[in-house]
Design a protein around this ligand. Structure first.
Ligand code: OGA
Ligand code: MN
Length: 212
């Protein structure tokens, strides 16, 4: 009981920090965002899905123009759906719901929902530089990525490379996809890419959206 209350207090704190950072810098990295046992459970479930062939190659674009392009991205995904989510996934979705509300209180973005997927990059996979807003649309406003990989080291590659200044290609920040790390940024403001991973790389990537 006490532990549950403590965790809830921590989450509120984190959410306030994330919202304040989005307002000031548009970008934040936060380690140990979730309890390690929850991160480990989410990772185990992702691996089980891969073994059960429950993942599908990710597409590029949206709607009728969506297509597969392994030259751009090589990850395999499974969308999270509240109806079929596991208890661990539902727990994470509930935490994100509290984060969505905190961001709305601070930024008045009118975020109204979340869409997200598990992603698995097999060794050698990458995702070329892109923006998370599709051309001509602004439905995705805030990107939230949670990494699930224990003991990830520099030599494992798979860094998330973020370009904080779109006019300066040479300026970038590299983040390792270490278990429990959350990266959150304004989707339209930060081009980014995933460098080739040398190990299987797991994450849950998602977006807070505006109404269609
Ligand atoms: C994405 C993406 C980054 C990452 O799925 O759009 O950019 O670090 N993912 O997994
Ligand atoms: Mn992206």
């Amino acid at each position: 009981m006490l532990k549950g209350q403590f965790e809830a207090a921590e989450i509120v704190d984190n959410n306030e920090r994330i919202a304040a950072a989005l307002l000031e810098q548009g970008l934040i990295t936060l380690d140990d965002f979730l309890p390690p046992a929850l991160v480990a459970q989410l990772a185990t479930e992702a691996i089980d899905l891969r073994r059960g062939e429950g993942l599908r190659p990710a597409g590029i674009g949206r709607g009728p123009s969506q297509h597969l392009n392994e030259g751009i991205r090589g990850d395999q995904i499974r969308w999270l759906e509240p109806d079929t989510a596991t208890p661990a996934q539902r727990h994470y979705l509930e935490i994100l719901e509290a984060l969505r509300q905190a961001i709305n209180r601070h930024l008045f973005l009118g975020l109204f929902g979340f869409e997200g997927h598990l992603a698995l990059y097999p060794p050698g996979a990458y995702y070329r530089k892109h923006l998370d807003q599709f051309q001509g649309t602004q439905h995705r406003l805030v990107t939230v990525i949670l990494y699930l990989n224990p003991d990830w080291r520099d030599e494992d590659g798979g860094q998330l490379r973020i370009y904080p200044d779109p006019t300066d290609e040479g300026c970038h920040q590299d983040l390792l996809p270490v278990a429990g790390r959350l990266v959150c940024f304004l989707s339209g403001d930060f081009p980014h890419e995933v460098l080739p991973a040398r190990r299987e790389r797991l994450s849950i990537t998602g977006w807070f959206r505006q109404r269609d």
